[in-house]
Design a protein around this ligand. Sequence first.
Ligand SMILES: Nc1ncnc2c1ncn2[C@@H]1O[C@H](COP(=O)(O)OP(=O)(O)OP(=O)(O)O)[C@@H](O)[C@H]1O
Ligand SMILES: [Mg+2]
Length: 332
Amino acid sequence: MGLIEQAAKRLEELKRAGVEVPVAGDVATSNATVVAEPAVPSVPERAVRSRAEAQGPFRDRPPVAQEAATSAASVPQVGPEEPQRRSRLVEIDLQRLAAAGYVTPTAPRSRLADELRVIKRPLISNAQGRSAAPVRAANRIMITSAVPGEGKTFMAVNLAISVAMELDSTVLLIDADVARPAIPDRLGIASEMGLLDLLTRSDLDVADVMLRTNIDRLTFLGAGTPHSRATELLASEGMERLVEELASRYPDRILVFDAPPLLSSTESRVLATHMGQVVVVVEADRTPQARVTQALATIEDCPVVMTILNKIERSEAGSYYGYYGGYGSYGQ
Ligand SMILES: Nc1ncnc2c1ncn2[C@@H]1O[C@H](COP(=O)(O)OP(=O)(O)OP(=O)(O)O)[C@@H](O)[C@H]1O
Ligand SMILES: [Mg+2]
């Protein structure tokens, strides 16, 4: 069965299970180059487990950090008995970001923003438990790809900002590409401590290293201080506990992980096992179909997997359907 048939079959399965998936016809066309392809999900029984069950052993743990209850714009309410922990605020240059091709709250109308809207709608709906069948750990979304350079970081940053621009969605963007972190550069911010520090130092609290940003409802957790065992740490049990903690401590928050490629090393596949939704970015006309199939096979246990065709050259309105039909044969 070709990729397109597999995708269509699984899309049907997913729809029958009540999980929200993007509707191909909704996707705007532009040379902004991001298009949602049909989801290629597996629909194991896990997809219908309750969210509370999925939240695991940390679910009853009360929020301890002040950051948990505040958005970038709000004023901290630190009581006398509460810890004085408050995340640092960083200023993203929104003009620079927009000039680099990213969606920003100051320029919300663009083709890219429209396309991101189509992609994020099912992700948010699943994350907020609004799809007919609840998806396990659906507020944990990982962005990955088969091989390097397909647009993971571009997509992760855009998706996180785009979701944060929704009125009721708060987002934690996490740089989980710990060996080659790229997000601080893209956002034009300095980020020293982060994920790796949380994994190696018990004295640190998430709020100590998380950064609030001048984009409302968007916080950022950097990769942290470079470590010789960075990739092992990402695949460690400590990371699993940290993901559980982040997801349960901020249950109303959507976590967006910028992850390493699936086929370059194993840690991304391990990370995927802690996720409810995985977005696989596929660079159009570059990544061989066999590599995509191979990459998708490594994460087939994830409840929802969405593939996104990136960097599409489109010459005319409506050509999206041509790409949809050609999905099974690109890159050969
Ligand atoms: N849709 C797009 N439109 C314009 N530029 C893009 C798009 N997607 C990716 N790029 C650019 O392509 C380059 C590679 O993208 P990016 O760094 O996001 O890929 P990556 O998958 O994160 O790479 P790596 O595997 O090295 O982490 C970057 O310069 C990025 O800005
Ligand atoms: Mg990257």
